[in-house]
Design a protein around this ligand. Structure first.
Ligand SMILES: *[C@@H]1O[C@H](CO)[C@@H](O)[C@H](O)[C@H]1NC(C)=O
Ligand SMILES: *[C@@H]1O[C@H](CO)[C@@H](O)[C@H](O)[C@H]1NC(C)=O
Length: 507
């Protein structure tokens, strides 16, 4: 079936190539191998070295998708011609051989996808996935590292750097599998420092997380030669995709989401440009691919990709989608993707993007609910009365009650500080676009620690309340006042690892 479909599609594509909506078909489409390799070498000299830092900020099987995203990105960069020595990978690495993983030693990022785990460098895994190591890797500062492979972005002035982060987040914050988390102001300092060190020509930052726009909104200045796109704006969730019970679903035996909506959107776009038709067929959407558009592999720009990814991630403007944003030096968006991700010369001849394919009509799952979905799927599928069913039920209930604890504590604190009526209003205030979340980041961090001392870890879910804590700072509340309110609001902290502070504060 696949071979036949491939042949049909190829024909369709070639026919489309002459008629396709007035888009000009350049000579690049068919290039002699000798010409193409010369072109490739010239470009390579001109662009210096391509570097990438890939980081999954989560751990746990219910977060399968983030590490799957990162592994997939690695495979694409590798296909694009980047060398392992230039790709720094941060992943907790508890998925491939997790007891819940139905295909041991294998990670997939789409329902019919191939293994993306094979060959991924284990630069920073487990407890070496820290903010400190992430920042040191970007800055190329080996002496600042603790543990890990020691690989850093040892770049020069002509080099292009691609950074990709995927995980949970909240206003102004990005999760990590270890404490502390990444705070937007610290990340901005690192990016400014990298720029100031003169060791890059430009940087592209792709960011998937809830409220990811808040990381750059009002914070990333122009003039640093950085172009960033984010999965969502500053005040909305981002979405998991290929989730159990949704369409398209993962294979029957998977009880977890395989990818994230924004991430798979840009990666599947790359995949198309890098692998050509073969990549397209892997994703089992042959039927939707009737309206083929042609992008030249070397001329698809960051901006073109942004537009495609934005359309797909908006998910027909349904409730199951988010607004992809761009920040920083927007003129850089005219750069070719090729500058950052390379390209496989073997596929020069076949460069297709199917617009219908990118217009996804799938449902998606709010990132914050993906853990519940996992425990629920596990519960439903486990045999009646089995220990597995009991375990899943316990996990589900534990997550739910911790969520309620965090939500209720925060609400109560708001009321204690600002009064019953004004409390919710203060906590929910959103500053206008272009303004950072908070003015005093040290205040934010210190209040997060105060909250956690009395109420338990903010955890992956609680990051959604970061704006409330920021607003408490913006209202001029001091640490002592918050401590008093928190002590009143949180008489006990529920047990379980969600609440545990043994790994330290998240700020
Ligand atoms: C590298 O990190 C070390 C340790 O944190 C620090 O003392 C040093 O100043 C850093 N070097 C540069 C060039 O930033
Ligand atoms: C691309 O197509 C041309 C013309 O058909 C062919 O000569 C060349 O070998 C192809 N290149 C690759 C890398 O497949």
């Amino acid at each position: 079936m696949n071979r036949l479909a491939a042949a049909v599609l190829l024909l369709l594509a070639l026919t489309a190539s002459v008629t396709v909506r007035g888009r000009e078909i350049s000579d690049d489409l068919i290039r002699l191998p000798s010409e193409s390799s010369r072109f490739f070498d010239d470009e390579a000299d001109a662009v210096g070295t391509r570097w990438a830092v890939l980081i999954a900020g989560s751990s746990g099987y219910w977060n399968y998708r983030h590490q799957a995203d990162v592994c997939h990105a690695y495979q694409l960069l590798k296909k694009g011609g980047l060398k392992d020595e230039n790709i720094v990978v941060f992943m907790y690495d508890d998925i491939a051989f997790n007891e819940e993983n139905p295909r041991q030693g294998i990670i997939i990022n789409s329902p019919h996808g191939e293994d993306v785990y094979d060959g991924v460098p284990k630069d920073y895994t487990g407890d070496d996935v820290t903010v400190n190591n992430f920042f040191a890797a970007i800055l190329g500062n080996k002496t600042a590292l603790t543990g890990g492979s020691g690989k850093v972005v040892d770049s020069g002035p002509n080099d292009h750097i691609f950074i990709y982060y995927t995980d949970h987040g909240g206003p102004g914050v990005l999760g990590m599998p270890t404490n502390p988390y990444i705070y937007a102001n610290d990340l901005m300092e690192v990016l400014k420092k990298k720029h100031a060190s003169g060791t890059s020509k430009s940087m592209v930052f792709y960011l998937e997380a809830c409220e990811s726009g808040s990381i750059f909104e009002g914070l990333l200045p122009e003039g640093l030669n950085i172009y960033a796109t984010t999965a969502s704006n500053a005040e909305e969730s981002s979405w998991g995709t290929y989730c159990p019970g949704e369409y398209p679903s993962p294979p029957e035996e998977y009880e977890t989401c395989l990818g994230d909506l924004y991430s798979v959107a840009w990666m599947e776009d790359w995949q198309l440009t890098i692998y050509g038709l073969a990549g397209l067929l892997e994703t089992d959407r042959e039927a939707q691919i009737l309206d083929l558009d042609i992008h030249n592999l070397r001329t698809e720009t960051l901006l073109q990709q942004y537009e495609l990814v934005k359309t797909r991630t908006a998910n027909d403007n349904s409730a199951y989608g988010s607004h992809v944003m761009q920040y920083g030096d927007l003129p850089l968006s005219k750069d070719n993707l090729f500058l950052y991700v390379g390209t496989n010369p073997a596929n020069d001849n076949f460069t297709f993007v199917a617009e219908n394919f990118l217009r996804s009509s799938s449902k998606a799952v709010n990132q914050r609910d993906a853990d519940l979905l996992h425990f629920w799927a596990k519960f439903r599928k486990a045999p009646e009365g089995s220990p597995r069913k009991l375990e899943a039920q316990k996990q589900f209930v534990e997550v739910m009650s911790y969520r309620m604890h965090i939500d209720n504590s925060m609400k109560m604190i708001g009321k204690l500080l600002f009064g019953i009526k004004k409390g919710p209003e203060v906590l929910e205030t959103v500053r206008p676009a272009g303004h950072p979340l908070v003015d005093d980041w040290d205040c934010l961090k210190s209040l997060v620690r105060t909250f956690e001392t009395h109420c338990g870890s903010i955890s992956q879910y609680g990051m959604k309340h970061m704006r409330s804590v920021a607003n408490i700072c913006n209202a001029g509340i001091r640490k002592e006042q918050l401590a008093e309110a928190s002590a009143q609001a949180c008489v006990t902290i529920p047990s379980g690892h969600w609440s545990s502070l043994h790994k330290g504060f998240s700020a």
